[in-house]
Ligand binder design. Structure first.
Ligand code: CTP
Ligand code: CA
Length: 231
């Protein structure tokens, strides 16, 4: 393991990172989740701390072997709604907000207070889902001068061109300053130490492409954030 001395170029900045996958309860023992391990967001938080930032991690579910750096303050949340409230509460303090969490797009309309039982249900069960609010859209709407807001997008795509196209469409819709896109699928993007990020800016330009360990891609993202902040 090579120890790299990092520049302390984030000294004086407060960075808030969300990470992991939210879990939407169905009943007291079940939830709707996703495959996010939290590894990339935790790596970003650590990288920012390495470079001198004051860092808060808003952590939805993290894989058991993913451990936030001890220098990072951790706020643990469960559902998309909890994540949204935590982000809204802490955002005013942040110079940089990075939404790496995989947020559930829908939650269960009527969460059962009792464990659902097969004998009470028909052979085919329908769960009614309601759309969750877009957390990052709220952060963008409340963004103050000097604050940088970054989103992520995990996309199932055929190749790099399609990934860039999706990223361009999404950044235009989201109004964030940067969007880091990565390709995912049944066999890629999750449960791995490595990642590849394509980072696009507000005008749809690819400002960086980074691949390697999630630490390497974390530092590349922080470099891109500093570059747009100094423009
Ligand atoms: N996000 C959010 N609130 C939500 C859903 C997503 O803040 N309710 C954030 C994610 O954390 C991510 C960014 O929005 O930083 C993009 O998430 P993504 O799922 O790719 O975008 P959606 O707008 O949900 O579009 P879709 O899933 O339909 O592609
Ligand atoms: Ca989504």
């Amino acid at each position: 393991l090579a120890l790299v001395e990092r520049p302390r170029d984030l000294e004086g900045l407060t960075v808030v990172v969300s990470a992991g996958g939210t879990r939407e309860p169905i009943d007291p023992v079940r939830f709707l989740g996703n495959r996010s391990s939290g590894r990339q967001g935790v790596a970003i938080a650590r990288a920012a701390a390495d470079r001198g930032a004051t860092v808060t991690l808003v952590a939805a579910h993290l894989d058991a072997n993913v451990h936030p750096d001890p220098r990072v303050e951790v706020i643990s949340v469960g559902t998309a709604d909890e994540l949204g409230r935590a982000m809204d509460a802490i955002a005013p303090e942040a110079d940089v907000i990075i939404m790496a969490a995989a947020v559930a797009d829908y939650s269960v309309a009527a969460v059962s207070e009792q464990k659902l039982r097969k004998q009470d249900a028909p052979e085919r069960l329908t769960l009614n889902l309601v759309e969750n609010r877009d957390i990052v859209a709220g952060l963008v709407a409340a963004r103050r001068a000097g604050q940088t807001v970054v989103a992520f997008a995990a996309e199932t795509v055929e190749g790099e061109d399609e990934l860039i196209e999706r990223a361009r469409t999404k950044i235009a819709r989201k109004g964030v300053d940067l969007l880091a896109a990565n390709a995912v699928g049944w066999t890629r993007g999750f449960e791995t130490a490595d990642n590849a990020l394509t980072i696009v800016g507000r005008d749809g330009d690819v400002v960086a492409s980074a691949s390697g360990s999630k630490d390497d891609t974390a530092h590349a993202l922080l470099d891109a954030i500093l570059a747009i902040r100094s423009r």
